[in-house]
Design a protein. Structure first.
Length: 387
């Protein structure tokens, strides 16, 4: 049996759990592409919850309609098995001059019908050499067995230690970045002007956001951004009020309030935690990058719904103006702004230009999310023994 059965079982669960989530990332991307014209951006983002829930569930119920009945990605990390002596003694008969059984054993094919083919034997050794080899053979076998067992014993713990090192390193980096930014914010920040406070309060009522939000001007950010979970702050670069009109500032506030209304700051921490735990899976990293891009489009969509049907052009011009004059905020789990990803700006501008107010519910979208939830959040049925 393996010397680390529990560790091996847990490692196999982690790898296969992550591999299944990676397969769901590809499935979500395929569904988004097939139904790209039928799904609003809110529903495109909702599909990513299937991946998130799959990663959060330690186990899933078995189902006959599970996707993994037909497609089951699987890897297995097996530790060493020791049924006893891994180097059994040779069973071939020893012959003169071959004290440790090095000679070739005669096989049935070497028993000719007519003549006789002799089996070559090792050269006869001197008595002293024979004694040395007889004494050395057990020692060499024991050392080889010992080194093989030590190496195999460390394979499973070593793999888990490597995973823990990655989790610890990324976790420390995220924590240190957040602490440094918090300290920097406490040193260089000022309350915003009363005019900005009045505009934010009016926009908050318009967006139906009741949560209290502090409005701060600071040099710690280069573009508008939200920060905090319990103490929520909207951070504005110093001088933003002088560069943007009240209407443009209203659009900026609507986008940030859309993040608040959707609970994206909490979700951002959840995604960061899952990404740290599955740091070894490139499909998870790629999927979460696409999730963040779809999140920004969903926020633009919600902000445009609040702004009104005729606000698409002005909202898009505001985003372009931000892109030209400001930079995206630092990549910190607790910080989220309107300029999250410049690479996706063309996609965002295209969506804003073609914006049409979506319906509240879509039968197709609900059916798609429900079908994916039933098939992707369940496990394959176990093979039942047959009589």
């Amino acid at each position: 049996m393996t010397p680390h059965p529990d560790l091996e079982k847990w490692l196999n669960w982690l790898l296969n759990h992550s591999l299944q989530a990676g397969a769901l990332v590809l499935l979500v991307l395929a569904v988004q592409w097939v139904f790209r014209r039928q799904l609003t951006h809110r529903w495109r983002f909702a599909l990513w919850w299937i991946v998130l829930v799959r990663l959060l569930l330690p186990f899933s119920p078995e189902s006959a309609v599970s996707l993994f009945n037909y497609f089951q990605p699987h890897v297995s990390v097996e530790g060493p098995r020791y049924p006893g002596n891994p180097f059994p003694a040779a069973t071939a008969p020893k012959i003169a001059g071959d004290p440790i059984g090095l000679s070739k054993t005669r096989s049935p094919l070497e028993e000719p019908a007519g003549g006789r083919i002799s089996t070559p034997t090792a050269p006869r050794l001197a008595p002293a050499d024979q004694a040395t080899m007889e004494a050395a053979a057990p020692v060499v076998g024991h050392l080889a067995r010992h080194h093989a067992m030590v190496f195999d014993d460390l394979m499973i713990p070593g793999t888990i230690a490597l995973w823990l090192a990655g989790v610890f390193g990324l976790g420390v980096c995220a924590t240190v970045q957040t602490i440094r930014f918090r300290r920097r914010l406490s040193r260089i920040s000022l309350p915003a002007s009363p005019a900005l406070h009045s505009l934010l309060d009016a926009t908050r009522r318009e967006a139906a956001v009741s949560r209290r939000i502090e409005l701060i001007e600071t040099d710690a950010v280069n573009s508008p951004a939200l920060f905090g979970l319990w103490r929520l702050r909207l951070l504005l670069p110093c001088g933003l009020e002088n560069r943007f009109t009240p209407r443009e500032l209203r659009y900026i506030f609507l986008h940030e309030l859309a993040h608040v209304k959707r609970g994206d700051l909490w979700l951002n921490w959840l995604v960061t935690g899952l990404q740290i735990l599955h740091w070894f899976n490139p499909l998870v990293w790629f999927g979460f990058a696409r999730l963040r891009a779809d999140r920004e489009l969903a926020c633009d969509e919600l902000a445009l719904v609040c702004a009104g049907d005729q606000a698409g052009t002005a909202y898009g011009e505001t985003v372009i103006k931000l892109l030209e004059s400001l930079n995206r905020p630092a990549a910190i789990p607790g910080l989220m702004g309107i300029m999250e990803d410049k690479k996706q700006m063309r996609r965002r501008i295209s969506m804003i230009a073609k914006f049409r107010k979506p319906g509240r519910w879509s039968v197709l979208a609900v059916l798609l999310v429900a079908a994916l939830a039933v098939t992707a959040l369940t496990d394959a049925q176990s093979n039942l023994p047959t009589d």
